[in-house]
Design a protein around this ligand. Structure first.
Ligand SMILES: Cc1cc2nc3c(=O)[nH]c(=O)nc-3n(C[C@H](O)[C@H](O)[C@H](O)COP(=O)(O)OP(=O)(O)OC[C@H]3O[C@@H](n4cnc5c(N)ncnc54)[C@H](O)[C@@H]3O)c2cc1C
Length: 395
């Protein structure tokens, strides 16, 4: 087993690292996850995505005919790692790049690929995911948003909820019920909806972080061309799962966890308990050791996934493991930081005595959301048990 990157790959890493040092937006965008709600942020981060794309660092493995470079998946992994290490701002087109784009490459018509993929790459069109509905989250197949076929169009009525980024989105990839009489997994279709269509209302929901990151979306007789169907009519469940696969992979990043662990370590070296640094405290050291072991296990897990990708092996439950372990680990890292800070963890970011620039309270709240979004931990465990361990189905 050789876990080292080749010389050419290491040179590529240095190139992207230098690019980020020289080009990372210096101010106004914020690093990491916060502040993704105002229009000024959107415009600046779209410009950032465009620059990254034009410099050759977005979706490197996508086919050339749709604007990609058809490079080895290792190159994309290196870019992702370096972006996390540099604390680069999140890309506004993340849902398009990470979820819809790869789905369309496998399932879209030629016309859909040529129409949508290039604008996903440049960030010109922002996408959101219309899956969840009130009463249909974990049990997604029970969704009720109805699309009737009238002539050459679908006419959509119903409601989605928890739709991240819908307030900025130009387009939505959406699950709708097209055959209400079929068994629940069979009467669903996967369609692409223009968010500027008449009949769409977007209402923001405020998260516990204070961000207006996700929304309710209402459809009142929204007309969608039939050519916006992805996959076959009433067989959208299989396309929906392809997207979920990409989403779950996106949510757990080993490099991100490693970065957070290093930040936690630096914080706890500065915090004193009983006259000594917390890192000298026998009980807390055990906790840090446990977290570091989990971070390291994530790193090996992601290398295994990368090997599968390079060798063209179909992934099994690895993506669910990635999502389950990665999101829980990030929340546990933040919980350890909050407990280490004690009363200081209650301070607002602006307070003069706040520790580590107020990073952890936000991270603690945000990371809890990711344990739920994209399918809760319980659901990932059910799938791993049923598909991976071949255990009987849960009732
Ligand atoms: C930050 C964030 C962003 C999101 N973004 C989007 C988005 O952009 N688009 C979108 O469509 N949705 C989005 N969601 C919604 C997300 O997909 C759902 O919240 C999630 O699937 C859970 O559904 P629910 O909230 O309806 O909870 P429920 O399904 O009601 O679950 C409630 C509880 O019951 C448990 N449970 C349910 N069924 C089972 C079972 N069979 N076995 C064991 N336990 C079970 C769950 O684990 C959970 O603890 C987002 C959610 C969050 C938190």
């Amino acid at each position: 087993m050789d876990l080292n990157f080749t010389t050419a790959e290491e040179e590529f890493r240095l190139k992207i690292r230098r690019f980020l040092e020289e080009n990372l937006p210096k101010s106004g965008l914020g690093a990491g996850r916060e502040g993704r709600e105002d229009k000024a942020w959107l415009e600046k981060s779209k410009a950032w995505q465009r620059k990254l794309y034009e410099s050759g660092y977005v979706a490197l493995a996508w086919p050339k005919e749709y604007g990609g470079q058809a490079l080895d998946p290792v190159c994309q992994t290196i870019v992702n790692d370096e972006m996390v290490r540099a604390n680069a701002p999140y890309l506004p087109g993340g849902s398009g790049l990470g979820m819809l784009g790869p789905t369309l490459i496998s399932w879209g018509t030629e016309e859909q690929k040529r129409r949508y993929l290039p604008k996903i790459l440049t960030g010109e069109e922002i996408w959101c995911q219309g899956y969840s509905e009130p009463g249909s989250g974990s049990d997604l197949a029970s969704l009720r948003t109805r699309a009737e076929i009238i002539g050459d169009e679908f006419v959509v009525n119903g409601q989605k909820v928890w739709t991240s980024g819908a307030q900025h989105a130009d387009m939505m990839f959406c699950l709708v019920r097209t055959d209400p009489d079929a068994p629940k997994h069979r009467g669903i279709s996967y369609i692409l909806i223009d968010m500027h269509s008449p009949g769409i209302t977007v209402r923001p929901l405020v998260q516990m972080t204070g961000d207006k990151g996700f929304n309710e979306v209402f459809f009142d007789n929204v007309h969608v061309p039939r050519k916006n169907l992805v996959g076959k009519l009433n067989e959208g469940w299989i396309v929906a799962n392809a997207t979920l696969f990409h989403e779950r992979n996106m949510l757990g990043s080993a490099t991100g966890s490693e970065q957070r662990f290093n930040r936690l370590l630096a914080l706890t070296k500065k915090i004193k308990r009983g006259g000594r640094a917390l890192t000298e405290d026998a009980v807390f050291r055990q906790r840090l050791a446990d977290l570091e072991i989990r971070v390291e296990a994530m790193r090996f897990h992601s290398l295994r996934q990368l090997t599968d990708q390079i060798r063209g092996r179909n992934p099994g439950v690895e993506t669910m493991i990635n999502k389950l372990v990665g999101t829980e680990l990030n929340h546990d890292l933040a919980t350890a930081a909050m407990e280490a800070m004690g009363d200081y963890s209650m301070l607002a970011r602006e307070d003069a005595s706040v520790l580590d620039h107020g990073y952890w309270p936000y991270e603690w709240m945000f990371s809890l959301g990711l344990v739920i979004g994209g399918g809760t931990s319980h659901i990932q465990k059910n799938i791993i048990a049923e598909r991976g361990l071949k255990m009987p189905k849960s009732r």
